[in-house]
Ligand binder design. Sequence first.
Ligand SMILES: Cc1ncc(COP(=O)(O)O)c(C=O)c1O
Length: 395
Amino acid sequence: MSALLNERHHELELPEHWPDSLRPEVLRRIDHEPPYFICDLDTIRDRYRRLGTCLPGIECFYALKCNPATEVLQTLAQLGSSFEIASLGELQILQAEGIEPADVIYSNTVKPAKHVAAAYEAGLWRFAFDGEGELHKLAEHAPGSAVYVRLRVDDTTSIFPLSRKFGASAWDAHQLLITARDLGLRPYGVTFHVGSQCTTAGAWRQALTAVGRLLSTLQDDGIELEMLNLSGGFPARYTEPVPSIGEIAGAIWPALNALLPYVPPKLAVEPGRFLVAESAVLSAGVIGRERRAGENWIYLDVGAYNGLIETRQATHWTYPLWTSRLDHAVAPQEVFTVTGPTCDSSDTLFPSARLPSTLEVGDVIYIGTVGAYTLSYGSSFNGFSPPSSLFVGAL
Ligand SMILES: Cc1ncc(COP(=O)(O)O)c(C=O)c1O
C-alpha cells in the first residue's frame, strides 16, 4: 500500500533556485498546450556572470550539446561566450548564428574524418584528441592544426562519468603530443573532464595533479603548452546540494599555482549544465492516473524518450517537482510512479515521487532544472513529439 503522507516535506517549498519568472503561479497563466519547455534566458545570463566572476580571465566555450536552442546561443554569444562543438552539425548550427569557426573549439576526441576536413576548411583550427589514430586523421585532414590532448581523470564523484570512453593517461598523453609534433601538428593544449554534474570541488584539484605531471614531463622534451582547458562538469542544483561555482573556483586557483610547473597562458572552460540547467521548467500534462498492484501511477504526455532520458541514466537522480494544483502545498501527499506516454515501460521518469493525492488527469506537473541535456536528447519515439519550447527574458 502506498503511503499517504500528511507531514510537510521539503517538496512543499519551491526550491530557491527555481527562477522567479517560472514560478507555478506564472506558469498556470500561460496559455500553451503541454508538454512545453520554458526557459528563462535571464537565469542563463546570471550563471554566465557568476562563472566570469569566479573564474576571471578564463575563456568560456559553451558546450553546445547541452542545449543548442538559438535563443540560448544568442544569449551566450551576446555575453561574449565562445563555443565548443562535438560535430560538424554543431559547427553548422553556430555558423547559422554568425559565429566564426576560428573562435570555436572541437573537443570530441574521436571525430568522423569528413567532419574534421569540413571544420578545418571552414577555419576551425583547434581539435581535441586522446589516441594515436585520431592524430593521424588530424594530420591528414587538418594539417598543421593545433591539438589538445584529453587526459583521463578520476570522475567517480560525478553523476554522469565520462572517462572510461575518453582520455589518455598522463604518460600516453606525453607520447601522443610528441607524435603530434612529429606529424606536423601543433601541440597546443591539455584538457580533461571530471564528469558531468561533478559533486566535489576536489575533483578539479585531483585532475590538475595529472595535468602538472604532464606539463613537467613535456618541458623535458622542450614542449610548453599554450592552453589548459578545464572543460565542463560544473554542477547545477537539482534536488541535492552541490558545490557552488565559488567553491569550485576556490579549489582550482590554488591548484593551478601549486601543482603546475607553469600556468599555460590560455585558460579555458567548457561548461554546459551549469550555465543552462536551472534556467528551464518542463510543463508535462497528466494524461492518466491508475492504481496497479498497490502502486499509484501517473502517466504524463512526455517521458524519458522525449527529452528526459537523464532520468534513466543515473540512479537516485531526482528533479524538483511542483504541480498546477492550487492545493499543491496543502493537499496530503502520496507516492506516485511517474511514467511517460509511450508503449515502453522504460520511459518511466520517477519511481517514487511525492505529489498531491488530489492530482488528476488534466493537471500539469512542472519539472524543474530541465535546461540541460533534455531537448537535445528528445526523440519522437512512438509518435510523441518532444515538448515545444518557450523563452522568457529579453533577448
Ligand atoms: C568535451 C565536453 N566538454 C564539455 C561538456 C559539458 O559538460 P557539462 O555539461 O557537464 O558542463 C561535455 C559534456 O559531455 C563534453 O563532453
